[in-house]
Design a protein around this ligand. Structure first.
Ligand SMILES: *Cc1c(COP(=O)(O)O)cnc(C)c1O
Length: 376
């Protein structure tokens, strides 16, 4: 049996006629950039996330940049970022000319540890980026308090967390602004690149809207610097169709996670993901952690399980194999191995199992069975 890591084809087949006609509609209207399909999607996505404003962008990375750019982050500023995230969180800061300052994650939530954030704040700190990693909300309230106390901004990287909740409310509108990604493999994925900025702040919305389109509010009149970060019409149409199914797909992901949790709980060396009391996890990724005592032993066990599952046709992933503070591109910042143990542990001992809404019980049981077989 071959179990894909995710199955975009099965997903497309489940909505083919709806999505084909939405794309055809864009072709017929020739609204290739922004246009009605994008506007309708922005309105619907804002409603889904319980936030006032949403702006479709060309990618999640671009949305990361737009959020910090719109908030005035620039050269000389420092931006606090979790050490364990996808690199694009840091590009938001570097594209503004700011310096990323990394902070370790909490050992159970894998998200920014509020207890460690304060020590990283300096007179140059301008913002904290809370990433809702793997689909679970970061602990926003203590982060908000720290941001308020030091008069700095809190923003969210919600690229992996569409419809995720913090204390019963969707994320995306619980900080100054949030960025989303619609990369095809994300919980809500376009058929190409796409992203969004959400905010409740009207002035920020207007600034970001201008930055998204060449610093203009009127064509060819550029009253600020800007860039081309617009969403394509076809992506807006695809996303509009898929958004209608997202809550059902999110339930399906949560059901897969529950079955994995039940199937794996008896294994002493496997730590299954923990849904924190404040969070509704949307399981963009289902990441287990291997524990065999020392980090070295856990890393070896992880690699052996990874090889075994791969041989048995189970496609697995690593998210992410190298934490940001140890990436070559940030060598000049002077971080050292051992500095952020929780982030390093998930990099070395974490393993992502297949996770997608269309997973059948047969597929889930096969994965669980192969993990158990490895330990027997
Ligand atoms: C995917 C992702 C991004 C970037 O999104 P793109 O649409 O691929 O540019 C940013 N941050 C995180 C945490 C992501 O997972």
């Amino acid at each position: 049996m071959n179990i894909p890591f995710l199955d975009l084809k099965a997903n497309y087949n489940s909505i083919k006629s709806e999505v084909d006609s939405a794309i055809q509609n864009v072709l017929d209207n020739t609204a290739y950039i922004l246009g009605a399909a994008v506007q309708n999607f922005e309105k619907d996505f804002a409603a889904a996330q319980h936030v006032k404003y949403c702006l479709g962008t060309s990618s999640g990375t671009d949305a990361n940049h737009l959020v910090l750019w719109g908030l005035g982050v620039g050269p000389g500023d420092e931006v606090i970022i979790p050490a364990n995230t996808f690199i694009a969180t840091a590009w938001g800061a570097t594209l503004c000319g700011a310096t990323p300052v990394f902070v370790d994650c909490h050992p159970e939530s894998y998200n920014l540890d509020p207890a460690k954030v304060e020590a990283a704040i300096t007179s140059k700190t301008k913002a904290i980026v809370a990433v809702h990693l793997y689909g679970q909300s970061a602990d926003l309230d203590p982060l908000k308090e720290i941001a308020k106390k030091h008069n700095i901004l809190l923003v969210e990287d919600a690229a992996q967390a569409h419809l995720a909740e913090y204390k019963g409310k969707p994320i995306g509108g619980q900080s100054a602004a949030a960025s989303f990604s619609y990369y095809p493999g994300k919980n809500l994925g376009a058929y190409g690149e796409g992203g969004a900025v959400t905010t409740n702040d009207e002035a920020l919305f207007n600034r970001v809207k201008k930055l998204r389109e060449h610093g203009q509010s009127q064509k060819y009149y550029h009253d600020s610097l800007g860039h081309n970060y617009r969403m394509e019409g076809i992506q807006g149409a695809v996303l509009g169709v898929k958004l209608k199914h997202l809550s059902k797909w999110t339930d399906a992901r949560r059901a897969v996670a529950t079955k994995y949790n039940d199937g794996l709980k008896a294994l002493a060396k496997v730590i299954t993901p923990k849904e924190m009391s404040y969070a509704k996890h949307v399981y963009h990724l289902y990441v287990i952690q291997l524990n065999d005592g020392s980090l070295e032993a856990s890393n070896q066990l992880r690699d052996k399980l990874k090889d075994y599952l791969t041989q048995q046709g189970v496609n697995v992933g690593l998210h992410y194999p190298i934490p940001l503070h140890l990436q070559e591109c940030f060598k000049d910042l002077g971080y050292k191995k051992g500095e952020f143990p929780n982030s390093e542990r998930i990099a070395e001992a974490g393993l992502s199992l297949p996770m997608f809404p269309e997973m059948t019980d047969e597929q889930i049981n096969y994965v669980v069975g192969k993990v158990k077989e490895f330990f027997s």
